[in-house]
Design a protein around this ligand. Structure first.
Ligand code: AMP
Ligand code: MG
Length: 480
């Protein structure tokens, strides 16, 4: 085996921003790093192909023990944020470090390579800077599943067991996740500099964010407003996609909302089993601020905080309000666009939104599984005799009859966009419990199944099933 280090070309564009944007420091290093998972296709896209031949080297690099060849020092990013509505002027990466950026060969863009759980930083406050293995596994599985379902998201490159215990309610095995993101700029990054009345930094950050994510905004009359419009659109579309698959983020604080439009910071997130507009899983969301159906309104609230933070750059509140006023329509168009496709409609007519709402009301009243109900609805097209979904089914079939598509075609199209396999809470817990005992088989199986969310996989049929009463997960935790 060739033990020379392969060439890795990390870019360090964020580290070229002014020093008050971050703190520079090395990770603590894992006492006994062990590679648990390596995302080979993603590694290849990032120019890290072939590394799998030396898992120990991967573990040392991404456990924070050794710097990647040629890399400059890692940085912890500064940011602020509104947590559950309350402003905290200094949060920052308290358990994460940005190693640098790698070019993805597939789209030619640069992506942040970040270690999460790599030790304390100047932003750690009372935290230990570590991550328990459970949340590492959770983020790995859920982010990769989201990616497979076509939802913008950060990704997981590696999971390392650190070889040390972290203290939570009990002592748990520690882990380090390597996260890949379009960037780690959050709404809270803008809020950090706005709160410090650092207009110069705000302008730097804005220029950087425009260049990196929305280069066309640079050519607009007022780039800051064009940037804001792009972020508003991205968030509206993202939340519409979340809600169409029954996803609840759980901690939509402004420090957990990326301006790239990617889903970021998978903490107490969850997919619903039975449908409920008011569903909350997160143990810390006591008032349901981040409940399932509250997510669009919260995204708007967060975007209003971004507008506040940008006012020192463009003192035109009215202009920001007008742009934010467009959120509702973008969200509704995307949400109902997705939902009508999910129930087999090719284009939207007047009355279709009501049909979708009737469907959701039916699911809620009957406490039906959100994910499986779309598959069962498609099955209704294979059988003319039975009626599974009552009055709704009749109205729905009448609507479908106005399309020039055969039932079988509609069924095929529905099954191609309605997942059969989602990362269900009880399966995630099983995977985490096993991993904590040193057994990675459930984790690997779950990852494998979720690679093909729309396909029947008879060998893994149990992964599609809702939890039994005993398996039911009532609450999810940040685990930090
Ligand atoms: P999050 O729960 O990821 O939204 O984190 C909120 C804030 O708490 C961020 O500033 C994190 O860096 C910080 N934080 C979370 N967990 C830890 C930890 N174990 N040690 C230090 N800081 C942490
Ligand atoms: Mg966070």
């Amino acid at each position: 085996m060739d033990h020379r280090s392969p060439a890795v070309h990390l870019r360090h564009s964020y580290a070229k921003l002014p020093e008050r944007f971050y703190a520079r420091l090395d990770p603590a290093g894992a006492p006994d790093p062990l590679l648990l998972a390596w995302n080979r296709p993603l590694a290849e896209q990032l120019g890290l192909g072939g590394l799998e031949e030396d898992p120990d080297r991967i573990a040392r690099w991404f456990g924070g023990n050794e710097r990647l060849p040629g890399a400059e020092g890692p940085i912890a990013l500064a940011y602020a944020g509104h947590q559950f509505g309350n402003f905290v002027p200094r949060l920052g990466d308290g358990r994460a470090l940005l190693l640098g950026e790698l070019k993805n060969r597939e789209d030619g863009r640069y992506y942040d390579i970040q270690l999460k759980g790599s030790g304390q930083t100047p932003f750690s406050r009372n935290g230990d800077g570590r991550a328990a293995l459970g949340p590492v596994i959770r983020e790995y599985v859920v982010s990769e599943a989201m990616h497979r379902m076509g939802i913008p998201t950060t990704r997981a490159l590696a999971a390392i067991r650190s070889g040390e215990w972290v203290r939570r309610e009990t002592a748990l095995p520690g882990g380090v996740l390597t996260r890949v993101a379009a960037s780690h700029i959050r709404i809270g990054t803008f809020e950090y500099f706005a709160a410090r009345r650092d207009r110069e930094a705000l302008k730097h950050l804005l220029d950087y964010a425009i260049q990196r994510h929305y280069p066309r905004a640079a050519e607009a009359d007022v780039p800051a407003l064009a940037f804001y419009r792009a972020v508003v659109e991205g968030q509206a579309m993202l939340v519409a996609q979340w809600m169409a698959i029954g996803f609840i983020h759980g901690v939509m604080n402004t420090d957990n909302m990326a301006i790239s439009g990617e889903t970021i910071d998978y903490g107490p997130c969850a997919f619903m089993d039975e449908f409920d507009f008011d569903k909350v899983f997160s143990s810390i969301d006591r008032n349901g601020r981040y409940a399932f159906a509250a997510q669009a309104g919260i995204a708007q609230w967060n975007l209003a905080r971004l507008a506040d933070a940008l006012l020192p750059v463009v003192d035109d509140r009215q202009a920001f309000e007008t742009i934010l006023g467009g959120f509702e329509k973008i969200f509704r168009d995307h949400y109902f666009g997705e939902m009508t496709r999910k129930v087999g409609l090719e284009s939207m007519e007047a009355g279709d939104e009501d049909l979708v709402m009737e469907w959701l009301g039916y699911l809620q009243r009957n406490q039906l599984d959100y994910t499986l109900s779309f598959r069962r609805l498609a099955e209704c097209l294979a059988r003319d005799d039975a009626n599974t979904f009552g009055d709704f089914e009749e109205r729905w079939k009448q609507r479908l009859a106005r399309q020039s598509l055969a039932g079988e075609q509609i069924r095929t199209r529905m099954n191609a966009i309605n997942p059969l396999f989602i990362p269900r809470n009880h399966q995630l817990e099983r995977a985490i419990d096993a991993a904590n005992q040193g057994d990675m088989t459930v984790f690997r199986e779950l990852l494998l199944v979720l690679q093909r969310p729309y396909e029947e996989q008879p060998r893994f049929a149990t992964y599609a099933e809702p939890p039994t009463e005993q398996e039911r997960v009532l609450q999810t935790f940040c685990g930090t």
